[in-house]
Design a protein around this ligand. Structure first.
Ligand code: UGA
Length: 457
């Protein structure tokens, strides 16, 4: 099938290439011309495992086409999938400007087509995360288009795998709002369209979940909020474990074996970050507020997450105070800055909050991240107290402690003896529990991790 994808960011680019991989002809549009030029020449614009090879393959097979203008592709397909950014405004509400810009563009081009009598109603698949009720609002404002709400659930770092192996495909139709039990012919046609888009995936029928558009839009928020809640709960337990001399890793294992709970999203650490959980929690709180609903648990997730990284950062500052070392004379090495491994994305990364706290406490910092070097250089190039390294061990040289902020695999297999040799004093603050406490103790490290008792400060 021929498909137009608008937006070539973390979700749009990956999804466009996955649709190409599944046998579609994909026309990908993004208004950022330099980005499009790079993609046309086969250069990826973000780091995601296997993205380079997928782009090269489908450029060479001519299954993917890029343009910075919709005009060049508008007549290629009647189905347009929108995957542009939906940031929150100052009030925490979802800003639909980018989506509306695309719709107005399509409208302008469609009117020209209408004059030449070649107008067809376009199906717009909304994959961007939008507040519940957006489909209905847009349907009223743009009656020429048929909107289908089909939020995307891929995770950065494993985006291609997730996109090629979806757990479920949501098919939200505004016309189902009257009745989910007796779908309109429009809703039935929406399901057919989505099944056609995903034909190459060979998914069983039960993977497609037709529903009203408000529930479809809410599913995305509910999924992210549930996941963020699990992380915040295990982080809360980690703090109690520390004080009670218990071990959150053993607790996690025991919880994970309970079929009712499952083992995913139970890694304690310095909290969640990224472009989705924090933004979506704020947007949903604001949406619920507009309905006069005060969401007690959802607001607590946000507070718990902020508290977690602050507690960890304060522990580091307290250690140096207790050791009588003036923070302005101490340099700390931080390994990992991206909000999770296998991405170069620094948006809302917990490591950045840690860095801000430590800089505010006058520490000097040596930073290393396997993929986020250029983002770090942009953020800290003017700061004389921050040095950015391209080699993890060089970042350690003569520093007073190592802090692990992101659990990259290369850190898990690091040479611990070499780390010990390079540090002034063998002190490690492990914000992602990647090392083993008995091994670290045996090697003579002062080792502090998250929720693994016996080391509170
Ligand atoms: C999240 C959702 O998992 C996706 O389903 C969704 O499509 C996406 O948001 C989105 O809304 O677009 P993502 O933010 O890319 O995906 O990454 P996750 O793997 O979910 O991790 C989010 C944060 O939680 C990271 O900072 C990660 O380090 C943290 N995390 C995750 C933990 O602290 N502990 C865990 O056990 C798991």
């Amino acid at each position: 099938m021929k498909l137009i994808v608008v937006g070539a960011g973390n979700i749009g680019l990956v999804t466009a290439l996955c649709f190409a991989e599944k046998g579609n002809q994909v026309y990908c549009v993004d208004s950022d011309q330099p980005k499009i030029n790079k993609l046309k020449s086969g250069e990826t614009t973000l780091f995601e495992p296997q993205l380079d090879s997928l782009l090269a393959t489908h450029l060479s097979k001519s299954n993917i086409h890029f343009s910075h203008q919709l005009d060049s592709f508008i007549n290629q397909s009647d189905v347009i999938l929108i995957m542009v950014g939906t940031p929150n405004n100052d009030a925490g509400e979802v800003d639909l400007t980018a989506i509306e810009n695309v719709l107005n563009d399509i409208l302008r081009l469609s009117v020209t087509a209408l004059n030449s009598r070649s107008f067809t109603v376009k199906t717009i698949v909304l994959k961007s995360t939008v507040a519940p009720g957006t489909n209905i609002k847009l349907t009223a404002k743009y009656p020429n288009f048929n909107f289908i709400s089909s939020p995307e659930f891929l995770r950065e770092g494993s985006a291609i795998y997730d996109c090629l192996n979806p757990d479920r495909i949501i098919v939200g139709s505004a016309s189902r709002q009257q009745s989910n039990a007796h779908p309109s012919s429009q809703a039935e046609s929406d399901l057919k369209i989505i099944k056609k888009i995903y034909a190459g995936y060979k998914l069983s029928d039960d993977k497609f979940l037709p529903m009203d558009s408000v529930t479809a839009e809410m599913t995305k928020y509910a999924a992210n909020i549930f996941l963020a809640a699990r992380i915040s709960l295990i982080n809360e337990f980690s703090r109690v474990c520390e004080k009670a001399h218990a071990d959150v890793e053993i607790l996690k294992h025991a919880l994970g074996l309970d079929r009712r709970l499952g083992s995913e999203y139970l890694n304690a650490g310095i909290g969640y970050g990224g472009s989705c959980f924090p933004k979506d929690i704020d947007a949903f709180l604001s949406y619920a507020n507009s309905l006069n609903e005060n969401l007690i648990i959802t607001s607590a997730i946000r507070k718990t997450n902020d508290h977690q990284v602050k507690t960890f950062a304060a522990r580091i500052a307290n250690y140096f105070k207790a050791a009588g070392i003036n923070s302005s004379e101490a340099t700390l090495a931080i390994w990992g800055a991206a909000f999770k491994p296998e991405t170069d994305d620094l948006r809302d990364a917990p490591a950045l909050k840690l860095i801000d706290f430590l800089l505010a406490h006058n520490f000097k910092l040596n930073l290393y991240d396997p993929r986020a070097t250029s983002g770090l250089k942009t953020l800290f190039k003017e700061n004389p107290n921050v040095k950015i390294f391209e080699n993890s061990y060089e970042a350690l040289n003569t520093t007073h402690a190592l802090i692990v902020a992101t659990e990259w695999n290369e850190f898990k297999s690091a040479n611990l003896k070499e780390i010990k040799k390079l540090l002034r004093k063998p002190v490690v603050f492990d914000g992602r529990n990647i090392f083993s406490p008995p091994i670290m103790r045996e090697l003579g490290f002062e080792y502090f991790s998250v929720g693994r008792g016996f080391n509170e400060l």
